[in-house]
Design a protein around this ligand. Structure first.
Ligand code: HEM
Length: 153
């Protein structure tokens, strides 16, 4: 069960990154080319939000079932160990912040009156969230916290 959830969390990261990238590219080209805000712009950021929501739920399961919350409660003891500090505090809080930006961004885009305004807000909120997500993934090249690019059951 634990492995299944971890594999899911690993794989879902690629869906989050795919739709995140599509959203940011759509926002950028829309803003630069001053084009109208289309159904496909809306769809890309909706899918980005949906996969962030699923990833948050799966992440919360891992967080509470793999003892990370207990480590947060005894943070003084773990803060000097990079991998423990990363998963107990940094990964969880940065990803939560990104998730909030995505949700606030959806509302902000909906409320913008003009197409240019929608693209601008989409670029700002989703762009920031995407950068935060990229920076908070335990990539294999980050020695102290490294995790594999792919994992299987
Ligand atoms: C867009 C959001 C997120 C992405 C892209 C993401 C990505 C990842 C990746 C790639 C891993 C390594 C998986 C592996 O070892 O194969 C991981 C691990 C982990 N993530 Fe996330 N994550 C996200 C959000 C969250 C959130 C919001 C939480 C907690 C509330 C969370 C909790 C964890 C935990 C606890 C681990 C370590 C699991 C373990 O080995 O016990 N993640 N995450």
């Amino acid at each position: 069960m634990q492995t299944t959830v971890l594999v899911l969390h690993n794989i879902l990261r690629w869906a989050v990154l795919l739709f995140g990238l599509m959203t940011v590219l759509n926002a950028f080209t829309g803003f630069v080319k001053k084009r109208i805000f289309t159904a496909s712009d809306n769809k890309s950021n909706l899918l980005f939000m949906i996969f962030c929501d699923i990833q948050l739920l799966v992440g919360l399961v891992l967080y509470f079932s793999n003892g990370w919350f207990d480590k947060l409660k005894n943070f003084a003891q773990y803060k000097s160990i990079p991998a423990e500090r990363f998963f107990a505090m940094e990964h969880m809080s940065m990803m939560l912040l990104a998730w909030i930006l995505v949700h606030v961004g959806r509302v902000a885009v909906k409320k913008a009156d003009t197409d240019a305004g929608k693209h601008k807000r989409m670029l700002l909120f989703f762009g920031l969230a995407f950068v935060l997500i990229l920076a908070s993934i335990p990539w294999p090249f980050r020695e102290a916290i490294q995790r594999p690019l792919f994992r299987w059951f």
